[in-house]
Design a protein around this ligand. Structure first.
Ligand SMILES: [Zn+2]
Length: 518
């Protein structure tokens, strides 16, 4: 059984989660569930990034200590992911003792390797970015283009990391045949950044006076480890580096670091260089996804359109939110979330097409076969259709083309609805042609069964509901492509459970995105 270790970016714990955070976690969850379906031994890591001056400030404003502040934020993230049915195996917090230990050991190893040296840092630092800026990165008025604030002048003695030693090796890795950073446009962007002569050795510590809330440099408590070194190391801690040898041997290297496109530089330049320094194999793939706007606008506190995933889940259900985000958007590009669009899409796809198919089938089955699946031989033409849609789905899931994979799964539903409309089993039953009518019903159920399995990574709750109504015992999560339950056929004589609509239409709520924002 192949292992599959995937991670998300850890979210900065200075505020509650928004739909942008949710987008990435749901994507990772879809991949994790898909890999489990394929029989992989999956380890799925997510968590919160809890150090740094922004957290310290937010805690101060809330009248709390940084630790109790991040305890509250981490709980909010965990609660949101639970509601959204995120199936992470571990939730890592960078304030955990285990993580602090690993970060210090990583620092120690880099220092022993001769890759960390003391130097004077003079420059500009944006607290919003948690990064150093150059004059030419600034807007004409001297402010950070992302945060519209002037960066701070910094001059102090810090430790530097010898990135220059690893630039060539990082370039080779980025150019290696596997394409270590995807999508391709992002890889080319980072290769360009790598050629920038100003991308040089960078400071990896702050003085304790400049940054109190962070992990101390080993044996030097007045120096604090730069928040990016701390954050990136979570991928090692999560896999048991230096603490759980068995897990480490099994899961490292990471198969996928899923990240937002804006942090590609950290993951595809700094991170591989760090790993080379401590002599740890590099991850197999870094994937930088696009961003989600809300009703066509960039999310921001000042616009008051920061969408709360907990509110959305409570109001519309996790399945609707998950489905819309990935059916309506292309993952490697920027996308949008609109409540109105979500309602019309899920009503059409899930209530009308999918839910209605199940309802029709079970009603006809109850009426004509006492709710038991008749025995049939699935026609070759029909099984070929199921196989073809499945193969296309798999291809698309492998490259994170979720919207196309969803189309492949739904094509089985459309095919089946069309087959029923064309063959009119209710008319066949009226004429007493029970075998012929039964064949239409049972064949359609085979289509629906496979559709439910393929949709289960995207909508776990809805897929389980269909699974149960089709009369299967246990959860759909126990199905793998190698198991009997995965087979295309429906077990003859299986009793179904007709429990009514699996997805109720969302009535056209007169609701704007504003009510979902905070
Ligand atoms: Zn900034």
């Amino acid at each position: 059984m192949d292992k599959y270790y995937l991670t998300t970016a850890i979210d900065y714990a200075n505020a509650a989660p928004h739909i942008g955070h949710a987008y990435e976690k749901i994507a990772a969850d879809i991949i994790a569930r898909y890999k489990r379906l394929k029989g992989n031994d999956v380890f799925f890591l997510t968590g919160t990034d809890e150090h740094g001056s922004k957290v310290e400030k937010a805690a101060l404003a809330a009248g709390l200590t940084p630790q109790s502040f991040v305890d509250g934020i981490a709980a909010k993230f965990q609660d949101a992911w639970k509601r959204l049915l995120i199936s992470n195996d571990r939730f890592i917090r960078t304030t955990e003792e285990q993580h602090k230990h690993v970060v210090q050991e990583v620092f120690r190893k880099m220092r022993e390797k001769g890759d960390v040296y003391k130097g004077k840092y003079v420059g500009l630092y944006c607290e919003g970015c948690e990064d150093f800026l150059r004059e030419r990165d600034l807007k004409e008025d001297g402010t950070c283009p992302n945060h519209l604030k002037p960066p701070k002048q910094f001059e102090e003695e810090n430790y530097f990391f010898a990135l220059s030693k690893y630039k060539d090796a990082v370039r080779d890795w980025l150019k290696s045949s596997e394409g270590r950073l995807k999508p391709e446009g992002r890889r080319l962007e980072v290769l360009n950044q790598l050629e920038d002569p100003e991308l040089a050795d960078f400071s990896i510590t702050r003085s304790r006076s400049a940054l109190t809330w962070g992990i101390a440099v080993p044996d030097e408590p007045d120096q604090v480890i730069y928040v990016w070194i701390d954050a990136l190391t979570n991928y090692l801690t999560g896999a048991g580096y230096l603490t759980d040898e068995k897990a480490w041997q099994k899961y490292w290297p990471a198969d996928l670091h899923l990240i937002g496109k804006d942090i590609s530089k950290f993951h595809a330049i700094y991170w591989p260089a760090m790993l080379m320094s401590i002599e740890v194999p590099l991850p197999n793939l870094v994937f930088g996804h696009g961003f989600i706007t809300v009703e066509g606008q960039k999310m921001s506190k000042s616009l008051g359109n920061v969408l709360d995933p907990v509110y959305l889940t409570e109001t519309y259900g996790a399945d609707a939110v998950r489905y819309f985000l990935f059916a309506a958007n292309t993952f490697d590009q920027d996308g949008d979330f609109s409540v109105g669009d979500m309602i019309s899409l899920v009503n059409s796809h899930l209530a009308n097409n999918l839910g209605n198919l199940l309802n029709r089938l079970l009603t006809l089955l109850d009426k004509n076969f006492a709710g038991k699946v008749p025995e049939i031989k699935l026609e070759q033409g029909m099984s070929e259709k199921i196989e073809k849609a499945t193969a296309s789905y798999m291809e698309n899931m492998e490259i994170f083309e979720f919207s196309k994979a969803i189309k492949d799964a739904l094509s089985l539903v459309d095919e089946s609805n069309k087959y029923i409309n064309d063959s009119k089993p209710w008319a066949l039953f009226k004429e007493g042609k029970m075998d012929e009518g039964g064949k239409v019903i049972a064949t359609s159920m085979c289509f629906l069964k496979r559709a439910a399995i393929l949709l289960s990574p995207i909508m776990p709750k809805l897929a389980n509901e269909i699974w149960m109504q089709l009369g299967f015992k246990g959860t759909i999560e126990s199905v793998t492509t190698g198991s009997d339950a995965y087979s295309m056929t429906m077990p003859a004589g299986q009793a179904v459970n007709n429990m009514g609509p699996v997805f109720k239409r969302i009535e056209d709520v007169q609701e704007t995105a504003a009510s979902a924002t905070k």
